[in-house]
Design a protein around this ligand. Structure first.
Ligand SMILES: Nc1ncnc2c1ncn2[C@@H]1O[C@H](COP(=O)(O)OP(=O)(O)OP(=O)(O)O)[C@@H](O)[C@H]1O
Length: 506
């Protein structure tokens, strides 16, 4: 008995079998399905290229014949590797010619098998190739995560004029020690800008520490910022350095600085003026070398006028001011940022999502993004997770957004002065309700039809009418679903069909 290949990963791994001989495809199909893999078949080079291009996620393993009537298996190999370097390809050929083996291996094939081979042999080889594929895919994912952590702010700013101007300002002020006040709505990128200032400064090798000034009660906040001596207060065990001294030689970002309690505002002012801190319970002040950046999404001027924020501290912090516009006022940035997030999430989630469909772009551009870049970032992560094709479609976006795609007519509840186009208005109502039902049913169309009180057929018709999603879906399955008979021959590839052309040299 042949040794059993290692068990496949828990999710069904898809294997693409490319051969013009139906019998051989069938045997490979049965072999791999038996070991728990999902199999797609392609009867030639052209359908294989199509399958590789169209598959929602790259195939981790492709088994391809070398010489087929419509082309060479090398093209299949090249296309599979181009789509995703983690795809492993095993080339099958009838005549083991050294040249074809070398060409396939140079093209990055995992291995080369000579027909005839046994099902056990090919299954064991396939399992090894899949193991390698999953290691390469995991490396890709980790590398993407590492890049994200290592260069969080290099790919910082949008294309629009406002962000370009901020980029130029950062370049100018980064080398100085000036205090900077960064204002803007939540999620606009204030912390990211602060990090960019730090990274472009001569303190870049020093620490960059962030404290949320509203997160702790006053007593704890003081020790958090300035440190404490052992036993300075109940619960103060060992001595603590505090944020400012931990950041010595680097940069401190005081986030939500508008929430700093009044007593600490005075102490902060002293740090900025004297460059010294006094830990809680300490007799003496200690020098610190820290650049201070502050951020807030509050209207600090109004707080100064209302006396809840000290004017002298405000002047100290506001030496340079960066006002970050909300994303809705940076129209060019929405798509650019969305496209910037795509490859990152695609790599992290191990999916091959590369673009944004035109209607999805229209909807994103029409949405006001109250949560700014953070909301867009989260939306892209969700969309990549949901996407079933190579690009994000309207249905992959939340209904609050997808309902905005090129809204051809407004939602009316009262007849306007000049009348309205009733069919268009009703059509728009239908489209939005369908999108919401799909959203609520997690994209399951049968459930969405139930929510809308229509039949599945009727929903399909309406989806097609509004060009929402593709035909097929819930019932559709593989590229080619072969029969399930399971009697396997001893050897594969020698007695299935006959050569297409005599002397084809396989
Ligand atoms: N220009 C940008 N390029 C890439 N990512 C960005 C950009 N601006 C913001 N982000 C991302 O958006 C998210 C929110 O950004 P950030 O935390 O800097 O916002 P914030 O204004 O400080 O928010 P809050 O006021 O809530 O603290 C982060 O994940 C950040 O990486």
């Amino acid at each position: 008995m042949a040794p059993a290949p290692p068990s496949p990963p828990p999710h069904a791994t898809r294997v693409l079998v490319v051969d013009d001989e139906p019998g051989l495809r069938q045997v490979l199909d049965i072999t791999f399905r038996r070991h728990g893999y999902d199999v797609a078949q392609a009867p030639g080079v052209k359908p294989a290229l199509e399958a590789i291009r169209q598959a929602p996620q790259p195939f981790p393993l492709v088994l391809t014949d070398l010489l087929m009537p419509d082309g060479s298996g090398i093209d299949v190999l090249t296309a599979a590797k181009a789509r995703n370097a983690a795809t492993e390809v095993i080339v099958m050929t009838a005549h083991s010619t050294v040249e074809s083996a070398i060409e396939a291996m140079r093209g990055g094939a995992y291995d080369f098998v000579t027909k005839p081979f046994s099902p056990a042999e090919i299954a064991a080889l396939g399992a090894k190739a899949l193991e390698k594929s999953s290691i390469v895919a995991e490396n890709q994912r980790l590398r993407a995560q590492l890049e994200r952590l290592e260069a969080p702010s290099r790919e910082l700013l949008g294309a629009g004029a406002a962000m370009q101007a901020i980029g130029d300002l950062i370049d100018k002020i980064a080398p100085t020690r000036t205090t900077v006040l960064i204002t803007g709505e939540s999620g606009t990128g204030k912390e990211r800008i602060a990090r960019a200032i730090h990274e472009r400064s001569d303190r870049a090798k020093g620490p960059f520490l962030v404290v949320n000034c509203g997160a702790l009660p006053e007593a704890l906040m003081e020790s958090e910022l300035f440190g404490h001596e052992k036993g300075a207060f109940t619960g103060a065990g060992a001595r603590a350095l505090g944020l400012f001294r931990e950041a010595d030689g680097g940069t401190v970002l005081l986030d939500e600085v508008g929430e700093l309690p009044a007593a600490l505002q005075v102490k902060l002012l002293r740090v900025l003026q004297e460059r010294k801190v006094r830990p809680v319970g300490a007799a003496a002040e200690l020098p610190v070398d820290v650049r201070v950046l502050a951020a807030t999404n509050r209207d600090v001027e109004a707080e100064v006028r209302a006396s809840s924020f000290r004017q002298d501290l405000y002047y100290r912090l506001n030496v340079i001011r960066i006002e970050v516009p909300p994303l809705r006022d940076r129209p060019g940035d929405v798509i650019r940022l969305a496209q910037h997030f795509l490859p990152r999430f695609a790599a992290e989630l191990g999916k091959d999502v590369r673009g944004l469909a035109a209607d999805a772009q229209r909807a994103l551009n029409a949405y006001p993004f109250p949560g700014n870049v953070r909301e867009l970032e989260n939306m892209m992560e969700r969309a990549v997770a949901l996407a079933s094709g190579p690009s994000i479609g309207l249905g992959d976006l939340p209904s609050a957004v997808s309902g905005l795609s090129a809204s051809p007519s407004p939602m009316l509840t009262e007849l306007p002065e000049g009348g309205c186009a009733l069919d268009e208005v009703l059509g728009e109502v239908e489209r939005r309700l369908i999108l919401q039902a799909l959203e609520r049913s997690g994209g399951v169309r049968k459930a969405a039809a139930k929510l809308l009180g229509v039949t599945f057929r009727s929903l399909r018709y309406r989806l097609a009418k509004h060009a929402l999603g593709e035909e097929g879906g819930e019932e559709d399955d593989d590229l080619e679903a072969p029969g399930r008979e399971s009697s396997l021959p001893e050897r594969v590839g020698d007695d299935f069909g006959h050569r297409r052309s005599p002397g084809a040299g396989k």
